[in-house]
Design a protein. Structure first.
Length: 362
């Protein structure tokens, strides 16, 4: 056999194995982790198309096997530190397997070109694999939504209704998320309390973030944790919660926000915007922080919540600059009509967003 042809067949054989292995790992994650029949079938289809594509090349399978030389492969002894790092769990597993598969498909594509074929079939499979990687990653780590209104629940502020009823009334008023913030509770107290509130909120279709305590967020199966600047660093919270939970961070400056996003924050709490009735704020970030965040390329694609001192009276000051979401506390928790306060805030935000949508001419 021509030495060049033998080397090319060896490359095809090695990368065929790599592609199959990578696709199988992604397929099993879709099957056993996500229980997603559609993505599982898509992976299986790629494996079938890979086999069919090789059959259409009319390559002798015996020649592929004969070209194999695993013991003499110099690449088997070369590795990097990141190859064995799957510390972020399933997401890292899928990413590594997908890269392995797409890189292998590219080598097969180029190798069959050297044998006089177009390689189009394998290019198409590579593009399909890029799409599947995205779909599986997003299913494993769904992006944090842009909430219009997040209600911060603190028991001591719930002066007219207990926290459960505040959550129920907030949901009726259009809130999309709650954050459970109890600075004074012990972990033991917080575990039971947050578990009950999380179950209630989830049953109403609300997302739930836990303030400060990432371990509690994981234990009660909340949707994520919201951290302050002096709390756990983002990478530590991510290690506790994985990529299927969201991590928010309070950011008093645009530099804090940029750094938070670079570190992997899913959402940013921006402020303090106004003076708070519940917590002393020595310095205000002001509305300017919102406008800067919405204008900067590094930040404008990340969900945000304006925080501190926001109520149904001053919400228009934020919507006028395009603020898409806010977090409120006492204005809802201490209200005699939490539902109406929530409805006013949400309708004000959504009305402004609707007004900003471009008109489509017929």
């Amino acid at each position: 056999m021509n030495p060049d042809r033998a080397a090319i067949l060896r490359m095809i054989d090695a990368n065929l194995n790599r592609a199959r292995e990578g696709i199988r790992v992604v397929e099993d994650c879709a099957r056993f982790v996500l229980d997603d029949s559609k993505l599982t079938h898509a992976c299986k289809s790629i494996r079938h198309q890979l086999r069919t594509g090789l059959e259409q090349l009319d390559l002798d399978s015996d020649d592929l096997i004969k070209s194999r030389n695993t013991s003499g492969d110099v690449g088997t002894t070369i590795s990097t530190a990141t190859e064995s790092d799957r510390s972020s769990g399933i997401r890292d597993l899928v990413t590594a397997a997908s890269k392995r598969a797409t890189e292998a498909l590219r080598v097969i594509e180029e190798s069959v070109k050297a044998l006089g074929h177009s390689g189009f079939e394998f290019e198409s499979l590579r593009y399909q694999m890029y799409t599947i990687e995205k779909q599986v990653i997003l299913a494993i780590a769904p992006p944090c939504p842009q909430w219009s209104l997040c209600v911060l629940i603190t028991k001591s502020l719930c002066t007219h209704f207990d926290p459960i009823e505040v959550i129920q009334r907030s949901a009726s008023g259009g809130a999309s998320c709650i954050q459970i913030r109890e600075k004074e509770m012990t972990d033991a107290q917080m575990l039971e309390y947050a578990g009950n509130l999380t179950d209630c909120a989830h049953n109403l279709g609300l997302h739930v973030m836990i303030n400060d305590r990432a371990h509690i967020a994981g234990l009660v199966d909340a949707d994520g944790v919201h951290l302050g600047q002096s709390d756990l660093p983002i990478h530590a919270a991510r290690k506790l919660l994985g990529h299927r939970k969201w991590i928010g961070l309070t950011c008093p400056t645009i530099d804090h926000a940029i750094h938070a996003i670079e570190e992997g924050a899913d959402t940013c709490g921006l402020g303090p915007v106004f003076l708070s009735t519940t917590k002393a704020k020595p310095a205000l970030s002001g509305i300017e922080l919102i406008t800067t965040f919405l204008d900067r390329e590094e930040t404008k694609h990340t969900p945000l919540l304006a925080i501190s001192g926001i109520n149904e009276t001053n919400i228009t000051m934020l919507t006028e600059v395009g603020c898409p979401g806010v977090a409120v506390s006492s204005s809802v928790c201490s209200s005699e009509n939490p539902e109406e306060v929530c409805r006013t805030i949400v309708e004000t935000i959504e009305h402004r967003q609707g007004a900003n949508e471009p008109t489509i001419c017929p």
